[in-house]
Design a protein around this ligand. Structure first.
Ligand SMILES: [Zn+2]
Length: 53
């Protein structure tokens, strides 16, 4: 291993607008990962999905 190649994919969390990097624990679900953390995920999930407008 000569150099570390930061060749990991990245996404931007729609909740906190921060980029986050691929993690080992997401290797199987990376396609479905949308939020940087469980916290953001829940925060997003709190919004009622019903149409209230
Ligand atoms: Zn986030």
């Amino acid at each position: 291993m000569a150099h570390r190649k930061p060749n990991l994919p990245e996404k931007v969390c729609p909740v906190c607008s921060r980029p986050f990097t691929w993690r080992k624990k997401w290797e199987r679900v990376w396609d479905e990962v949308k939020y940087c953390s469980e916290r953001c995920r829940r925060q997003r999930g709190q919004a009622p999905q019903d149409k209230q407008e």
